[in-house]
Write a new protein. Structure first.
Length: 304
Protein backbone atom coordinates (compact mmCIF):
# COMPACT_ATOMS: atom_id res chain seq x y z
CA UNK A 1 0.00 0.00 0.00
CA UNK A 2 2.81 2.42 0.95
CA UNK A 3 4.58 1.71 -2.35
CA UNK A 4 1.38 2.45 -4.28
CA UNK A 5 0.91 5.76 -2.44
CA UNK A 6 4.49 6.89 -3.11
CA UNK A 7 4.20 5.84 -6.75
CA UNK A 8 1.02 7.91 -7.08
CA UNK A 9 2.69 10.93 -5.49
CA UNK A 10 5.63 10.54 -7.85
CA UNK A 11 3.34 10.42 -10.88
CA UNK A 12 1.46 13.50 -9.69
CA UNK A 13 4.71 15.39 -9.18
CA UNK A 14 5.94 14.41 -12.64
CA UNK A 15 2.65 15.45 -14.23
CA UNK A 16 2.81 18.80 -12.47
CA UNK A 17 6.32 19.46 -13.75
CA UNK A 18 5.29 18.56 -17.30
CA UNK A 19 2.10 20.61 -17.04
CA UNK A 20 3.99 23.67 -15.80
CA UNK A 21 6.56 23.36 -18.57
CA UNK A 22 3.92 22.92 -21.30
CA UNK A 23 1.69 25.73 -20.04
CA UNK A 24 4.62 28.14 -19.92
CA UNK A 25 5.36 27.40 -23.55
CA UNK A 26 1.74 27.75 -24.63
CA UNK A 27 0.96 30.89 -22.67
CA UNK A 28 4.22 32.70 -23.32
CA UNK A 29 2.70 35.03 -25.89
CA UNK A 30 -0.89 35.01 -24.60
CA UNK A 31 -2.43 37.99 -22.86
CA UNK A 32 -4.70 36.61 -20.14
CA UNK A 33 -7.01 38.66 -17.89
CA UNK A 34 -5.94 39.21 -14.29
CA UNK A 35 -6.85 36.59 -11.72
CA UNK A 36 -5.75 34.77 -8.58
CA UNK A 37 -2.62 32.66 -8.62
CA UNK A 38 -3.46 29.05 -7.90
CA UNK A 39 -1.67 26.12 -6.33
CA UNK A 40 0.20 23.56 -8.42
CA UNK A 41 -2.15 21.00 -9.99
CA UNK A 42 -5.25 22.15 -8.05
CA UNK A 43 -5.17 25.75 -9.26
CA UNK A 44 -7.80 27.95 -7.60
CA UNK A 45 -10.36 25.24 -6.84
CA UNK A 46 -10.11 26.03 -3.14
CA UNK A 47 -11.32 29.60 -3.75
CA UNK A 48 -14.75 28.44 -4.94
CA UNK A 49 -15.79 27.28 -1.47
CA UNK A 50 -19.29 26.13 -0.56
CA UNK A 51 -21.00 29.14 -2.19
CA UNK A 52 -19.12 29.64 -5.50
CA UNK A 53 -21.33 32.48 -6.76
CA UNK A 54 -20.59 34.66 -3.73
CA UNK A 55 -16.89 33.85 -3.73
CA UNK A 56 -16.61 34.57 -7.45
CA UNK A 57 -18.36 37.91 -6.89
CA UNK A 58 -15.84 38.84 -4.21
CA UNK A 59 -12.94 37.84 -6.47
CA UNK A 60 -14.43 39.93 -9.30
CA UNK A 61 -14.38 42.97 -7.02
CA UNK A 62 -10.62 42.53 -6.81
CA UNK A 63 -9.68 41.35 -10.31
CA UNK A 64 -12.41 42.86 -12.51
CA UNK A 65 -15.42 41.80 -14.57
CA UNK A 66 -13.28 39.58 -16.82
CA UNK A 67 -11.12 37.30 -14.68
CA UNK A 68 -8.84 34.35 -15.40
CA UNK A 69 -8.95 31.33 -13.10
CA UNK A 70 -7.22 27.99 -13.38
CA UNK A 71 -9.42 25.30 -11.83
CA UNK A 72 -7.25 22.23 -11.57
CA UNK A 73 -5.57 21.96 -14.98
CA UNK A 74 -8.50 23.65 -16.72
CA UNK A 75 -8.20 27.27 -17.85
CA UNK A 76 -11.32 29.40 -17.35
CA UNK A 77 -12.49 32.95 -17.96
CA UNK A 78 -15.06 34.22 -15.44
CA UNK A 79 -17.31 37.11 -16.50
CA UNK A 80 -19.23 39.12 -13.91
CA UNK A 81 -21.10 41.93 -15.66
CA UNK A 82 -23.79 42.30 -18.38
CA UNK A 83 -21.40 44.21 -20.64
CA UNK A 84 -18.72 41.53 -20.39
CA UNK A 85 -21.33 38.80 -20.88
CA UNK A 86 -22.50 40.47 -24.09
CA UNK A 87 -18.94 40.38 -25.45
CA UNK A 88 -18.67 36.63 -24.90
CA UNK A 89 -22.26 35.54 -25.63
CA UNK A 90 -23.13 37.87 -28.50
CA UNK A 91 -20.18 39.72 -30.05
CA UNK A 92 -17.77 36.75 -29.98
CA UNK A 93 -20.33 33.98 -29.44
CA UNK A 94 -18.99 31.63 -32.14
CA UNK A 95 -15.59 31.54 -30.45
CA UNK A 96 -17.17 30.30 -27.22
CA UNK A 97 -20.09 28.26 -28.58
CA UNK A 98 -18.66 24.78 -27.97
CA UNK A 99 -18.75 23.06 -24.60
CA UNK A 100 -15.49 21.70 -23.12
CA UNK A 101 -15.10 17.95 -22.43
CA UNK A 102 -17.45 16.98 -19.63
CA UNK A 103 -17.35 13.68 -17.72
CA UNK A 104 -21.06 13.73 -16.92
CA UNK A 105 -22.07 14.25 -20.54
CA UNK A 106 -19.52 11.68 -21.68
CA UNK A 107 -20.76 8.84 -19.46
CA UNK A 108 -24.46 9.68 -19.02
CA UNK A 109 -25.44 11.52 -22.22
CA UNK A 110 -23.78 9.19 -24.72
CA UNK A 111 -20.42 10.84 -25.29
CA UNK A 112 -21.49 14.48 -25.61
CA UNK A 113 -23.38 13.78 -28.84
CA UNK A 114 -26.53 15.61 -27.76
CA UNK A 115 -27.53 19.18 -28.57
CA UNK A 116 -26.61 20.53 -25.12
CA UNK A 117 -23.00 19.32 -25.08
CA UNK A 118 -22.08 18.65 -28.72
CA UNK A 119 -19.36 20.66 -30.41
CA UNK A 120 -20.67 23.64 -32.37
CA UNK A 121 -20.80 22.86 -36.07
CA UNK A 122 -23.01 21.30 -38.80
CA UNK A 123 -24.18 18.44 -36.55
CA UNK A 124 -25.21 20.78 -33.71
CA UNK A 125 -26.99 23.16 -36.09
CA UNK A 126 -28.94 20.34 -37.76
CA UNK A 127 -29.93 18.78 -34.42
CA UNK A 128 -31.13 22.15 -33.17
CA UNK A 129 -33.12 22.74 -36.35
CA UNK A 130 -34.69 19.29 -36.19
CA UNK A 131 -35.69 19.64 -32.52
CA UNK A 132 -37.14 23.08 -33.15
CA UNK A 133 -39.21 22.01 -36.16
CA UNK A 134 -40.37 18.64 -34.83
CA UNK A 135 -41.03 19.54 -31.18
CA UNK A 136 -41.00 23.28 -30.52
CA UNK A 137 -42.58 24.95 -33.56
CA UNK A 138 -46.01 26.55 -33.19
CA UNK A 139 -47.43 24.06 -35.68
CA UNK A 140 -46.19 21.08 -33.66
CA UNK A 141 -47.27 22.54 -30.32
CA UNK A 142 -50.78 23.13 -31.69
CA UNK A 143 -50.89 19.61 -33.13
CA UNK A 144 -50.28 18.22 -29.63
CA UNK A 145 -53.24 20.13 -28.15
CA UNK A 146 -55.66 17.18 -28.27
CA UNK A 147 -53.06 14.91 -26.70
CA UNK A 148 -52.45 17.35 -23.85
CA UNK A 149 -56.19 17.77 -23.27
CA UNK A 150 -56.63 13.99 -23.14
CA UNK A 151 -53.83 13.49 -20.60
CA UNK A 152 -55.07 16.33 -18.38
CA UNK A 153 -58.57 14.81 -18.44
CA UNK A 154 -57.12 11.47 -17.34
CA UNK A 155 -55.30 13.24 -14.50
CA UNK A 156 -58.50 14.94 -13.31
CA UNK A 157 -60.37 11.65 -13.52
CA UNK A 158 -57.67 9.92 -11.48
CA UNK A 159 -57.80 12.60 -8.78
CA UNK A 160 -61.59 12.36 -8.59
CA UNK A 161 -61.47 8.57 -8.25
CA UNK A 162 -58.85 8.74 -5.50
CA UNK A 163 -60.85 11.40 -3.66
CA UNK A 164 -63.99 9.25 -3.77
CA UNK A 165 -62.34 5.95 -2.85
CA UNK A 166 -59.84 7.03 -0.19
CA UNK A 167 -59.78 9.24 2.85
CA UNK A 168 -56.04 9.85 2.74
CA UNK A 169 -54.32 12.93 1.25
CA UNK A 170 -53.67 12.81 -2.48
CA UNK A 171 -50.08 13.44 -3.55
CA UNK A 172 -50.59 15.86 -6.44
CA UNK A 173 -46.84 16.24 -6.97
CA UNK A 174 -46.54 12.57 -7.91
CA UNK A 175 -49.56 12.75 -10.19
CA UNK A 176 -48.29 15.86 -11.99
CA UNK A 177 -44.86 14.25 -12.38
CA UNK A 178 -46.58 11.20 -13.86
CA UNK A 179 -48.55 13.46 -16.22
CA UNK A 180 -45.30 15.07 -17.39
CA UNK A 181 -43.71 11.68 -18.05
CA UNK A 182 -46.77 10.40 -19.95
CA UNK A 183 -46.93 13.52 -22.13
CA UNK A 184 -43.21 13.38 -22.86
CA UNK A 185 -43.33 9.70 -23.77
CA UNK A 186 -46.16 10.34 -26.22
CA UNK A 187 -44.49 13.43 -27.70
CA UNK A 188 -41.04 11.92 -28.14
CA UNK A 189 -41.57 8.13 -28.29
CA UNK A 190 -45.08 7.95 -29.72
CA UNK A 191 -46.69 6.08 -26.82
CA UNK A 192 -46.78 5.91 -23.03
CA UNK A 193 -44.48 3.67 -21.03
CA UNK A 194 -44.92 2.49 -17.46
CA UNK A 195 -42.31 3.16 -14.77
CA UNK A 196 -41.47 -0.54 -14.57
CA UNK A 197 -40.68 -0.52 -18.30
CA UNK A 198 -37.76 1.76 -17.47
CA UNK A 199 -36.56 0.95 -13.96
CA UNK A 200 -37.99 -0.30 -10.67
CA UNK A 201 -37.55 3.21 -9.21
CA UNK A 202 -39.44 4.84 -12.05
CA UNK A 203 -38.66 7.59 -14.55
CA UNK A 204 -38.70 10.60 -12.23
CA UNK A 205 -36.35 9.17 -9.59
CA UNK A 206 -33.69 8.10 -12.11
CA UNK A 207 -33.95 11.35 -14.08
CA UNK A 208 -33.48 13.42 -10.92
CA UNK A 209 -30.47 11.33 -9.94
CA UNK A 210 -28.92 11.67 -13.40
CA UNK A 211 -29.32 15.46 -13.34
CA UNK A 212 -27.75 15.68 -9.87
CA UNK A 213 -24.78 13.51 -10.86
CA UNK A 214 -24.12 15.31 -14.15
CA UNK A 215 -24.28 18.70 -12.38
CA UNK A 216 -22.14 17.62 -9.41
CA UNK A 217 -18.63 19.15 -9.17
CA UNK A 218 -16.33 16.50 -10.59
CA UNK A 219 -12.58 16.46 -9.97
CA UNK A 220 -12.12 14.42 -13.14
CA UNK A 221 -13.21 17.42 -15.22
CA UNK A 222 -10.50 19.60 -13.71
CA UNK A 223 -7.68 17.11 -13.09
CA UNK A 224 -7.92 14.55 -15.92
CA UNK A 225 -5.17 12.22 -14.70
CA UNK A 226 -7.33 11.40 -11.64
CA UNK A 227 -9.98 9.76 -13.84
CA UNK A 228 -8.68 6.18 -13.45
CA UNK A 229 -9.00 6.49 -9.65
CA UNK A 230 -12.64 7.75 -9.64
CA UNK A 231 -12.04 9.27 -6.20
CA UNK A 232 -15.61 10.57 -5.84
CA UNK A 233 -17.26 7.43 -7.18
CA UNK A 234 -19.17 9.51 -9.74
CA UNK A 235 -17.98 7.67 -12.85
CA UNK A 236 -19.32 4.36 -11.54
CA UNK A 237 -22.72 5.94 -10.83
CA UNK A 238 -22.78 7.64 -14.24
CA UNK A 239 -22.10 4.40 -16.09
CA UNK A 240 -24.81 2.64 -14.08
CA UNK A 241 -27.38 5.30 -15.00
CA UNK A 242 -26.33 5.29 -18.65
CA UNK A 243 -26.84 1.52 -18.74
CA UNK A 244 -30.49 2.01 -17.69
CA UNK A 245 -31.05 4.67 -20.37
CA UNK A 246 -29.27 2.62 -23.00
CA UNK A 247 -31.37 -0.50 -22.38
CA UNK A 248 -34.61 1.51 -22.46
CA UNK A 249 -33.73 3.49 -25.60
CA UNK A 250 -32.51 0.40 -27.46
CA UNK A 251 -35.93 -1.16 -26.88
CA UNK A 252 -37.66 1.98 -28.20
CA UNK A 253 -35.44 2.10 -31.29
CA UNK A 254 -36.03 -1.59 -32.02
CA UNK A 255 -39.80 -1.07 -31.65
CA UNK A 256 -39.70 1.84 -34.10
CA UNK A 257 -37.65 -0.11 -36.65
CA UNK A 258 -40.31 -2.83 -36.84
CA UNK A 259 -42.78 -2.67 -39.77
CA UNK A 260 -45.61 -0.32 -38.85
CA UNK A 261 -48.98 0.87 -40.04
CA UNK A 262 -48.47 3.47 -42.78
CA UNK A 263 -51.40 5.50 -41.46
CA UNK A 264 -49.76 5.94 -38.06
CA UNK A 265 -48.51 9.46 -37.41
CA UNK A 266 -44.72 9.73 -37.26
CA UNK A 267 -43.29 10.70 -33.88
CA UNK A 268 -39.99 12.39 -33.08
CA UNK A 269 -38.06 9.12 -32.88
CA UNK A 270 -39.27 8.19 -36.38
CA UNK A 271 -37.95 11.51 -37.69
CA UNK A 272 -34.51 11.01 -36.15
CA UNK A 273 -34.32 7.37 -37.23
CA UNK A 274 -35.19 8.48 -40.76
CA UNK A 275 -31.83 10.23 -40.87
CA UNK A 276 -29.82 7.39 -39.31
CA UNK A 277 -27.09 6.13 -41.59
CA UNK A 278 -27.40 9.11 -43.93
CA UNK A 279 -24.09 10.43 -45.27
CA UNK A 280 -25.49 13.47 -47.05
CA UNK A 281 -23.90 15.80 -44.47
CA UNK A 282 -20.41 16.12 -42.99
CA UNK A 283 -21.38 13.60 -40.31
CA UNK A 284 -23.17 10.26 -40.03
CA UNK A 285 -26.03 9.72 -37.57
CA UNK A 286 -25.80 6.42 -35.71
CA UNK A 287 -27.83 4.81 -32.91
CA UNK A 288 -25.76 6.57 -30.25
CA UNK A 289 -26.77 9.97 -31.67
CA UNK A 290 -30.44 8.95 -31.71
CA UNK A 291 -30.25 7.89 -28.06
CA UNK A 292 -28.48 11.10 -27.06
CA UNK A 293 -31.15 13.27 -28.72
CA UNK A 294 -33.94 11.17 -27.18
CA UNK A 295 -32.45 11.53 -23.70
CA UNK A 296 -32.05 15.30 -23.82
CA UNK A 297 -35.52 15.87 -25.28
CA UNK A 298 -36.93 13.55 -22.62
CA UNK A 299 -35.15 15.46 -19.85
CA UNK A 300 -36.05 18.91 -21.16
CA UNK A 301 -39.73 18.11 -21.62
CA UNK A 302 -40.04 16.66 -18.12
CA UNK A 303 -38.11 19.53 -16.51
CA UNK A 304 -40.32 22.06 -18.28
Amino acid sequence: MALWIWATIGVLALVHVLQTWISKGKNKNKMLPPGPRGFPIFGSLHLLGKVPNRNLYQLAQKYGDIMYMRLGLQHNIVISSPRAAELFLKTHDLNFASRPPHEGAKHVIFGQTNMSFAKYGPYWRDMRKMCTLELLSNHKINSFKAMRREEVSLLIQSVQEDANNRRVPINLSDKIASLSVDLTCRLVFGKKYKDEDFDERGFTAVLKESIQIVAAPNLNDHIPFLRPFDLQGLTKKMKSINKKFNTFFEKIIDDHLQPKDEERTKDFVDVVLGRMGSEESDYRIERVHVKAVMLVDFLLNILN
